[in-house]
Design a protein around this ligand. Structure first.
Ligand SMILES: [Zn+2]
Length: 216
């Protein structure tokens, strides 16, 4: 079992789809999330990070978090900037794989060979994306799944410990730190108290976003 990040879900044996073990998938996503936490500035960049932060195998199940690059929340207005951001973010993630303090934070040191394969593959897929490949319904569909009190509508709150942008599930790295499979709803409920500093819904307290939903 493993996960595939493809360009557009049409996978053939010798195409450029990124085929990874479940473990390598987690390693790639951990580094992308930490890197994006350093670099994302605009709403569309933060949305990209929230999308990646939803891919949590200990919640959704091992081998279930593959996706297509065209599934990501692209929009024509910010396409060039968002693609540039994702390439810079991937390059910064590569630098972070060499940093001892990041190894300590994550509790593991990635295999240089494996993480390079994953970062190279992800970067190549992002490079291939063009404005003509945008599927406008994908962004609408993704936004329609979000509840009014989800992070994307509440100022993009971050994990206080790892600084990553929280997805509707929470912080992937905190969830992995529990060392549980599968994670239960009550585990997430406990973590929410830490992420949001309260039992209540998201506060968006760690951002400067002005457009807070009344439900947050
Ligand atoms: Zn965390």
């Amino acid at each position: 079992m493993g996960n595939i990040i493809s360009f557009n879900h049409h996978v053939t044996a010798d195409d450029d789809s990124l085929v990874m073990s479940n473990g390598l998938t987690d390693v790639l996503l951990d580094y992308l999330l930490l890197s994006g936490a350093d670099l994302a500035q605009t709403d569309s960049e933060k949305r990209m990070m929230v999308f990646l932060g939803e891919e949590i195998q200990s919640w959704y199940g091992s081998g279930t978090v593959g996706f297509a690059i065209t599934d990501m929340p692209w929009q024509p207005e910010t396409f060039a900037a968002d693609r540039d951001f994702l390439l810079r973010m991937t390059a910064h993630a590569r630098e972070m794989t060499l940093q001892p303090e990041i190894h300590e934070m994550l509790g593991y040191k990635p295999s240089p060979e494996h993480i390079s394969y994953a970062l190279d593959g992800f970067s190549a897929l992002i490079t291939r994306m063009t404005a003509a490949d945008i599927q406008p319904e994908e962004l609408k569909k993704w936004l329609s799944y979000a509840e009014a009190d989800d992070p994307i509508y509440c100022g993009y709150p971050r994990c206080p410990k790892h600084k990553v942008f929280l997805s509707c599930v929470g912080c992937k790295i905190c969830i992995e730190d529990l060392g549980k499979y599968p994670v239960e709803q009550e585990d997430l409920d406990q973590l929410k108290k830490f992420w949001y500093g309260t039992d209540a819904a998201p506060q968006g307290a760690n951002t400067n976003e002005p457009n807070q939903s009344p439900l947050c």
